[in-house]
Structures are given as structure tokens and as C-alpha cells.
Design a binder for this molecule. Structure first.
Ligand SMILES: [Zn+2]
Length: 236
């Protein structure tokens, strides 16, 4: 799925970037407009490196809880305009269930341009999903709130397992949440050294595991790390 997405984005002029799995509180939260008391910073959500939990900012080290910190690094290194994607594994200290795992994959894309419209972003999402699934996929956009975007949204796609009729994978609603996104918050652009009066853009953060679950009709994300050969051998 990651290779397919890399191919789809590369064909539209996106560069593929890699960030580090170990990161700092500065990168994971401060640069992304998370308030000091945001609950995601707590030990119950983030894996802090032993011995650094009581430090702050650049001295407090964690397993990255999301990929978004890499965007600021990329923009500082390459400047704007920019179109890039960055796939990778992220870590959350939370309880697991069929839809949630402690280590999972995200696939983030960011466009920074002087005037990139929301409707172009919507078209981009539908184009990517069509390339990956081999046929048009119905999507819907809802308002969503994330500290690093303003405005933010959530994209749902038609459940590809049941075609929208309702099944166990989509919890009978016929839709699956697959990506949050939005326009980069001015404070994020400032952290990246860009003038928010001049630059704008479009983030999407694809839940890669969910997309794989949709493609193969897998109903429990925990199977990916189960090391059960009967599961893995289906994909040889
Ligand atoms: Zn379904």
C-alpha cells in the first residue's frame, strides 16, 4: 500500500521524505501548535524516553506519536513552495482494540503554495484513492479539529468491504474515517520559517493500516503485528 501511494503521489510531482522515529517534544508538539497542557503530551498517550520525561522541549525525547513534526523539518530544509509525502510508523501509548494499535502506520502529504484551494485538495484525495483502489471511491468531508490545522477536516470513504451497506469493519455505518487534514496553522508555518501571510497549503494524514484493511477486508488491526503466519501467508 505504501509503494502504491508513493507511486501515485510521485506521479503528481510529490517528493518522498523520511523522518526519524525518535523525536523531541519540540518537534512533536511545540512546533505544531499543541498547547502546553494538551492531553496528547501526557505519558498515557506518548511514549517518553526514560530519563527525559521531566525535561522540556528539545530535551524531552519520545517515539513519534504522529508524522506531522517531519513537515516542519522538511520545510526548514527545503523552503516553499513544496509538495512532499512522508510515510512511517508512529506510536501511541493506548489500549488496543480491533481498530486501534499501539504502533501503526501513517502516510502524510503536505502541499505548501501561495494559493492552494480546498477544492483542489479534495480532487487530490479522490484521485489518490482512485489510483490506489483501481476505481472511483466515494468520499465525504466533515469538520475536524487538530491543533496544527485551521480549518481542519476529516475525510471518510465508502466502506469497500460492504460497499456502504454496513458491516463489522465499518461498524454498520457504511463509512470509514481514513484521513484527517486541513490547512497548516499559521503557527506551524511560522515554526517552519515561513510567512503565513504569504504561504498556505493542504495537509492530509492517511491512516495506512485502515486503507490496507479496506483493500483486503481485514477486520482487526492487531492481526498485522500478531506474527501469525496463517495471516501473513495470505499476502505472499
Ligand atoms: Zn462496511
Amino acid at each position: 500500500m505504501r509503494d502504491d501511494l508513493n507511486g501515485a503521489f510521485a506521479s503528481m510531482g510529490f517528493e518522498i521524505y523520511e523522518g526519524r522515529e525518535l523525536t523531541t517534544e519540540q518537534d512533536a508538539f511545540d512546533n505544531l501548535n499543541f498547547k502546553d497542557d494538551h492531553p496528547a503530551r501526557e505519558t498515557m498517550d506518548t511514549y517518553w524516553l526514560a530519563g527525559t520525561e521531566d525535561e522540556r522541549a528539545e530535551k524531552r525525547i519520545c517515539l513519534r506519536p504522529h508524522l506531522t513534526g517531519a513537515s516542519v523539518h522538511y520545510l526548514r530544509e527545503h523552503g516553499a513552495p513544496a509538495r512532499f509525502v512522508y510515510p512511517g510508523r508512529v506510536y501511541r501509548n493506548e489500549s488496543t482494540d480491533p481498530g486501534h494499535e499501539r504502533a501503526f502506520y501513517q502516510y502524510e502529504a503536505l502541499i505548501v503554495e501561495q494559493d492552494f484551494s480546498f477544492s483542489s485538495g479534495r480532487l487530490l484525495i479522490n484521485t489518490i484513492l482512485e489510483k490506489v483502489f483501481g476505481h472511483p471511491v466515494q468520499t465525504r468531508m466533515r469538520a475536524g479539529y487538530f491543533p496544527f490545522v485551521e480549518p481542519g477536516f476529516e475525510i471518510d470513504m465508502r466502506c469497500q468491504v460492504c460497499g456502504g451497506k454496513g458491516c463489522g469493519v465499518c461498524k454498520q455505518v457504511g463509512w470509514i474515517e481514513i484521513m484527517p487534514g486541513g490547512v497548516p496553522h499559521p503557527n506551524v508555518l511560522k515554526a517552519a520559517g515561513l510567512d503565513p501571510q504569504l504561504w498556505s497549503g493542504f495537509y492530509i494524514n492517511i491512516g495506512l493500516d485502515r486503507l490496507v484493511m479496506m483493500r483486503y477486508g481485514i477486520d482487526d488491526v492487531r492481526l498485522f503485528h500478531s506474527a501469525d503466519l496463517r495471516f501473513l501467508e495470505q499476502f505472499k
